[in-house]
Design a binder for this molecule. Structure first.
Ligand code: SAM
Length: 331
């Protein structure tokens, strides 16, 4: 390996970047939290700032590369998008390696790598993890990127575009659909956050029925925020909104928001659980004004009602069906 000849994609918290810092790799991630953690881990290990060059999933380094190391993402769609974006970075002798737990490397991953790069070879499995080695095939077809993909939002004229790594990118999620049917409408909501906005459909539909509200779209995924911006600006070209890739509400001022709308994540990268939702509820309490509200949708079994009561004096049931529950928590 030589300086600047390596790209790392999807490094969770910068372990690979720290280990390979001597080669000044480019690190590409769709996660604000991953890129921030990578920078913090380089600093904590007293490595130079240029130990790695951090890029979002929507950015690309220039030139061709000797090594491309990809941690297998959660979805084949995002792997497909990544490999298509990297086409111009491949040269005939680039060594591309996809790493993952064996259970996260189904046949569709191998097929996608073979189609978009070239012949593959497996490593031996070690502790249930494996590497896929791929060598670029000079005869391969360079495919056009199908992402973002767009669907028409049911019962509306709105077009909803989705970059590859966006939650429920092919169609409207059933929980989100239920949330859309029960969004509040009132002039009192002025500053409104769509927290964990994904493609922004919740904030967009809220805005459609609340013309005086200013929307703020927040997600830790760069592709989510870019999709939300695309969708909102197309739906409301004259309306101002903000679009921020950040870790939840941590940088918002206290007492600055009237309403937070949230369909919380149940996982962040590979870690699964309600802890992210809990932190979102706690932060929402902090940024909401004294009359502010947090509206949340969740699966019934997640027990959000009890969790919200830890932070909010009043928690009311707005609607429920066999699968989902919508709650309003007031300050
Ligand atoms: N609001 C969209 C909808 O209803 O279709 C997406 C909801 S999806 C269940 C949860 C979203 O939270 C994902 O887009 C995910 O990227 C985002 N997310 C996860 N962790 C986050 C964090 N720490 N800060 C902000 N957003 C986060």
């Amino acid at each position: 390996m030589t300086q600047g000849s390596t790209i790392i994609v999807n490094d969770n918290f910068g372990t690979l970047a720290v280990a390979l810092h001597a080669f000044s790799p480019y690190c590409i991630s769709d996660s604000f939290i991953s890129l921030t953690s990578t920078a913090e881990n380089l600093a904590q290990n007293k490595l130079p700032e240029n130990g790695a060059q951090l890029l979002t999933s929507l950015q690309q380094p220039d030139g061709e590369f000797d090594f491309i190391l990809i941690k297998a993402p959660k979805t084949v769609a995002y792997l497909e998008d990544t490999l298509i974006r990297l086409q111009a970075r491949l040269k005939p002798d680039t060594q591309l390696i996809v790493a993952g737990m064996v259970k996260n490397l189904p046949a569709s991953v191998w097929q996608t790598v073979e189609l978009l790069v070239g012949p593959t070879a497996p490593s031996r499995a070690v502790k249930k993890a494996r590497l896929i080695y791929a060598q670029p095939d000079s005869q391969r077809n360079i495919l056009a990127n199908p992402y973002p993909v767009t669907y028409q939002l049911e019962n509306t004229d709105y077009q909803i575009s989705n970059h590859a790594n966006v939650f429920s990118h092919k169609s409207l999620d059933i929980g989100t659909r239920f949330f859309l049917q029960h969004l509040p409408q009132d002039n009192k909501y002025r500053q409104v956050v769509d927290l964990g906005c994904g493609n922004g459909v919740v904030g967009l539909m809220f805005a459609a029925n609340n013309s005086g509200a200013q929307l703020h779209f927040i997600d830790e995924s760069y592709m989510a925020v870019a999709s939300a911006q695309l969708n909102f600006e197309r739906a409301f070209p004259a309306r101002k909104a903000s679009y921020t890739a950040i870790d939840a509400l941590r940088d918002l001022s206290p007492d600055s928001v009237d309403l937070v709308l949230c369909n919380p994540p149940f996982h962040q990268q590979t870690s699964i659980g309600c802890h992210i939702a809990m932190r979102m509820f706690q932060q929402a309490k902090n940024v909401l004004r004294s009359e502010g509200e947090l509206w949340v949708i969740g699966n019934r079994h997640l027990g959000y009602q009890a969790s919200l009561k830890k932070y909010f004096p009043t928690v009311e049931l707005v609607a429920s069906n066999v699968k989902f529950i919508i709650l309003k928590a007031s300050c």
